[in-house]
Ligand binder design. Structure first.
Ligand code: HEM
Length: 101
């Protein structure tokens, strides 16, 4: 995630973080934690059909837009753009031979 700076001394997950520290939350590692996701390195998008996962910052297992006060303000626009882009690609190209969508 983007770097965040502590503006006060804070205790985080048992660690003392002094005021002025720059912190990077490793969301890559969180999303690949086997304690959180089954077979995290497998490309299996249908895993999200089995579980109710919020992607706008309320479920820390998946944080594409960050969370909290600095959460991405363009999240909904980003989601709409990705859906629209995929829709155009699927409409214009046959990406998987012999399968029509
Ligand atoms: C799929 C598309 C997008 C993704 C994955 C994404 C992801 C992110 C992430 C991870 C952050 C950092 C959040 C944090 O540090 O807690 C962020 C911040 C931000 N995003 Fe996005 N974003 C997307 C689209 C957009 C769009 C379309 C806009 C504007 C039109 C936008 C505007 C911003 C701004 C202004 C911030 C900084 C917010 C702040 O620091 O207060 N993003 N975004």
């Amino acid at each position: 995630m983007l770097p965040h700076r502590a503006n006060v001394d804070v205790k985080l997950a048992g660690y003392d973080v002094p005021k002025g520290s720059n912190m990077l939350v490793n969301v890559w590692a969180i999303a690949r934690n086997p304690a959180v996701w089954k077979d995290p390195l497998e490309f299996r998008p249908e895993r999200f059909e089995d579980e109710d996962v919020d992607m706008k910052g309320h479920d820390f297992r998946l944080l594409p837009f960050g969370a909290g006060r600095r959460v991405c303000p363009g999240a909904q626009l980003g989601i709409n753009m990705v859906q629209s882009m995929l829709g155009h690609l699927f409409h214009q190209f046959r990406l998987i031979p012999n399968i029509s969508i």
